[in-house]
Design a protein around this ligand. Structure first.
Ligand code: HEC
Ligand code: HEC
Ligand code: HEC
Length: 433
């Protein structure tokens, strides 16, 4: 209705504008051949904008401080450094000459316009689940963006990963294009959640395990994954994060605002919340929570919960007492003002350290990096001015960081392995950079 009124106004005001608008709709009709939804061009663009956020496309395709979607961000992996391409509609350097079909081939099938195979550092192994209608809406949105002329940079990959043609073998072993298949025994809400979590949300790209060739165990595998310098915890394991046991509101709050009563997201997860989940509708976030919380928790054995093997030596009672005493003193001086005497933090401001899976995790990278480098939860509309944590790399030496974290991991009912200085040192050079 609004559009009709607008068209009439335009007609009255300037004939040429109407001709242009008409031409625009004609072009859209042509590319809409594959699209079965009955949206107007502008509604399709808004829908696409929303879906592009759900996929966090901008996060990877934007270099810090540069034009959105124009690429150039470097992604470090075990195989080398990827440089994301320009996906603005510039014809020469972006995807301006691509049709909706070309775009679909990239998202659904991992193939570029010229037919060359794409590396799975572009998470098309998840995006393949996206429907054709949704892909077409995303295409319409990207095509509506300003053209930015910025040439793509070559990836810096080690041999043999720099041989793109070899991806043919990788794909034969690990990839089949597969649209989302609804499970009719489950609710609509569950299905919408599964579609978003496993598809555009690509949660498994970080939270899933990968084999030596970088292949995920599956789009729905959330059993924990090591990134180059962070660990994305299992979301379905009693030893790490077990979302099935969270109150739904806590998960919803975390995805919408980056903080909740007990915890705060950091590092790569802060980017996910900042660039993607904070923009999703309440209904979609609720659906994602419904799906995630219906995944049964894997109950870890008691002995695995203690993580002794991962975290250094078993100490005599006497030595442990000394560690706790020294650690407590450091905690009091450097941490207590924010995280509290009993480690319970301040709801929505300072995360609790008591019973916090991020603190108890067998993967020490995250808490060690947090203490060395500090961090901020993301800026979100619900939490526009997040409180941060200062870096301690210069204030505390390796032994002190090990002591204070060993204390935190064993105070207030917490129970996990102690850390050694060498464990801290592994992350120090990265922290100082
Ligand atoms: C985790 C980072 C990451 C995310 C998230 C991501 N991409 Fe990419 N994308 C890449 C990388 C890296 C490449 C280059 C792959 C290659 O060279 O084979 C790429 C390639 C592409 C290409 C092919 C471009 C060309 O010139 O061949 C398109 C199209 C694309 N991405 C669109 C998207 C869209 C749409 C989204 C959101 C739904 C998205 N990407 C999200 C990393 C990402
Ligand atoms: C780019 C990698 C990446 C992606 C994609 C990603 N995560 Fe994470 N996530 C992480 C990392 C790293 C952590 C650990 C740091 C932290 O606790 O914030 C984490 C932590 C979490 C936590 C625990 C937070 C806490 O403080 O206990 C939850 C819950 C979570 N992610 C859910 C999701 C969901 C749901 C998705 C998909 C919509 C997702 N993640 C996608 C990297 C990622
Ligand atoms: C000025 C307040 C402040 C001080 C002092 C402080 N922290 Fe933090 N801490 C925070 C905030 C805020 C976060 C959340 C940061 C984020 O999300 O990136 C945090 C996060 C953490 C986390 C990660 C928790 C999680 O859920 O991922 C750990 C571990 C941690 N702090 C330990 C410590 C230790 C140990 C000290 C003392 C050496 C300390 N903090 C001092 C404010 C503080």
């Amino acid at each position: 209705m609004k559009k009709i009124i607008l068209s009439v106004l335009l007609l009255l005001l300037a004939g040429t504008a109407v001709v242009a608008a008409y031409g625009y709709y004609l072009v859209d009709d042509k590319s809409a051949q594959s699209t079965s939804d009955k949206l107007s061009a502008s509604d399709r663009i808004s829908k696409g904008e929303y879906l592009v956020k759900a996929g966090n496309c901008m996060g990877c395709h934007t270099a810090r401080g540069e034009a959105a979607f124009a690429g150039g961000r470097s992604l470090q992996t075990d195989f080398g450094n990827f440089r994301t391409p320009n996906i603005t509609p510039d014809v020469k350097t972006g995807i301006g000459s691509w049709t909706a079909e070309d775009f679909w081939q990239a998202l659904h099938n991992g193939k570029s316009k010229d037919g060359s195979l794409l590396y799975p550092s572009f998470p098309y192994t998840n995006y393949t689940q996206v429907s054709r209608d949704d892909a077409d809406a995303m295409y319409a949105y990207l095509m509506s963006l300003p053209k930015v002329e910025k040439a793509n940079q070559a990836h810096e990959l080690s041999f043999p990963y720099n041989k793109r043609a070899l991806l043919v073998f990788w794909r034969a072993a690990y990839f089949r294009p597969a649209s989302y298949q609804a499970d009719n025994s489950k609710s609509l809400e569950w299905n919408r959640g599964a579609y978003l979590v496993n598809g555009l949300g690509h949660c498994s790209a970080c939270h899933g395990g990968r084999n030596g060739l970088g292949a995920n165990a599956g789009v729905n595998d959330l059993s924990g994954g090591a990134l180059t310098s962070w660990y994305a915890p299992a979301l379905t394991n009693s030893k790490e994060v077990s979302l099935a046991k969270w109150p739904a509101e806590e998960l919803i709050a975390l995805l919408q605002s980056g903080v909740n009563q007990h915890t705060a997201v950091s590092g790569p997860m802060a980017e996910v919340v900042a660039g993607s989940t904070q923009y999703l509708s309440n209904a979609d976030i609720k659906s994602m929570a419904t799906y995630l919380q219906a995944i049964p928790t894997v109950q870890a054995a008691e002995k695995d919960m203690l993580d002794k093997a991962m975290a250094g030596p078993e100490l005599s009672a006497e030595r442990m007492e000394a560690v706790m005493k020294q650690g407590a003193a450091l905690y009091k001086t450097h941490c207590m003002d924010c995280h509290g005497e009993k480690g319970v933090g301040v709801a929505n401001i300072y995360p609790a350290l008591q019973a916090n899976p991020a603190v108890l995790s067998h993967a020490l990278s995250n808490p060690v990096r947090m203490v060395l480098s500090g961090g901020f939860p993301p800026v979100t509309k619900n939490n526009p001015r997040p409180y941060g944590m200062p870096p301690f790399a210069h204030a505390l030496n390796d032994a002190e960081v090990a002591l204070v974290l060993s204390y935190v991991r064993n105070a207030w009912g917490n129970k996990a392995g102690v850390l050694t200085s060498s464990e801290v040192n592994r992350y120090r050079s990265a922290a100082i950079e």
